[in-house]
Design a protein around this ligand. Structure first.
Ligand SMILES: Nc1ncnc2c1ncn2[C@@H]1O[C@H](COP(=O)(O)OP(=O)(O)OP(=O)(O)O)[C@@H](O)[C@H]1O
Ligand SMILES: [Mg+2]
Length: 314
């Protein structure tokens, strides 16, 4: 399980004066679900394109399955699959016709294709949908077909660029249970996402922001790595006044909204809940509650991004 199948070292890409990916280094091991997380424009797709040999790095290097991602693309391609961010399938082909079409395009021998198609339909939960036209499928199902296409040639790694963008939670969960199934079969999954709940499900993940990799590790390791102290969940009404008040207080390193509550990250390990409650009361706020909570991945990411913003040199 410890074999490194993707390695990036100082991977950098500039477009003119703009640096889209800035000295990014990471390793992905065989059989992992590696999550690549970041807001819009963070550099996720640009990184994938360099790993796939579609875009030359300005500096740094990457290796995929032991081969140089830029110079040895021909050795890598047959062993990897890719579903791009805005892929499109032919709307007028049925599910099965789509697989036959791409199988032929990839040059798969017919007997192998005849074995492969039912196996993939089964693996992706598409059995029974063979004759449906792609244009009649909902987004989640269309994504399964795209995944089936990417898996036709039995790749060792699949790169999925935001495979669940715009899907409802149920469809997203369906795709994620498929990713687990792939990982169980030893297929390495490199997946980009914006969604925090998906990040929690990765074996390891990396957070990219403004082209820089600012945090990486297993979800459970990240709290220690991030240097985030205790977090308080605070309720008070009106919320905006409470937020303003807490933000002026130097015992907190960061105060942010978390759904209908406030999350306030303390600088010191002590938790002065009573003092905070009193101060909010004295300011005339009502419905006050102050509870220490375990930081979520979202807390960790917001905090790390905030720290990066206020001190970009670190
Ligand atoms: N060919 C290009 N020429 C100029 N700028 C580019 C090019 N490709 C990407 N960029 C810029 O590089 C930055 C990173 O883009 P990228 O597509 O990698 O982000 P992303 O993390 O995939 O974002 P999203 O979540 O929106 O897909 C963006 O600011 C984008 O505008
Ligand atoms: Mg992208």
């Amino acid at each position: 399980m410890d074999e490194v199948v993707i390695r990036a070292e100082g991977l950098t890409r500039r477009f003119g004066a703009f640096t889209a990916v800035d000295h990014v280094s990471f390793e992905v091991r065989r059989g992992e679900i590696f999550g690549f997380l970041g807001p819009n424009g963070a550099g996720k797709t640009t990184t994938i394109r360099m790993l796939l040999g579609l875009l030359e790095p300005t500096a740094g290097r990457a290796w995929v399955l032991g081969h140089d991602a830029t110079r040895e693309t021909a050795r890598i391609r047959p062993r990897i699959g890719y579903v791009s961010q805005r892929f499109s399938l032919y709307p007028d082909l049925s599910v099965e016709e789509t697989l036959r079409f791409y199988g032929a395009a990839y040059g798969l021998p017919l007997p192998r294709l005849a074995d492969r198609i039912p196996a993939l339909l089964e693996l992706l939960g598409l059995t029974g949908q063979e004759r449906r036209l792609v244009r009649h499928l909902a987004g989640g199902w269309r994504q399964r077909v795209a995944l089936a296409v990417a898996l036709l040639h039995e790749p060792e790694i699949v790169f999925l660029d935001e495979p669940t963008a715009g899907m409802d939670p149920l469809a997203r969960r369906g795709i994620w249970s498929l990713l687990y199934r792939l990982a169980e079969q030893g297929i390495t999954v490199f997946v980009t996402t914006h969604y925090m709940d998906e990040a929690e499900q990765c074996s390891r993940l990396a957070l990219i922001h403004n082209g820089r990799l600012i945090l990486q590790g297993a979800p459970t390791e990240l709290k220690a790595v991030s240097g985030l102290g205790s977090v308080l969940e605070i309720e008070a009404a009106p919320l905006d006044r409470a937020l303003a008040l807490l933000r002026e207080w130097s015992i907190f390193q960061y105060v942010t909204l978390h759904g209908p509550r406030i999350h306030a990250y303390l600088r010191a390990p002590e938790v002065p809940s009573e003092e905070i409650r009193k101060r909010l009361e004295m300011a005339g706020l009502g419905s006050i509650s102050v509870e220490p909570v375990a930081p979520s991945l979202e807390d960790i990411f917001l905090w790390v991004i905030e720290r990066e913003r206020s001190n970009p040199a670190v």
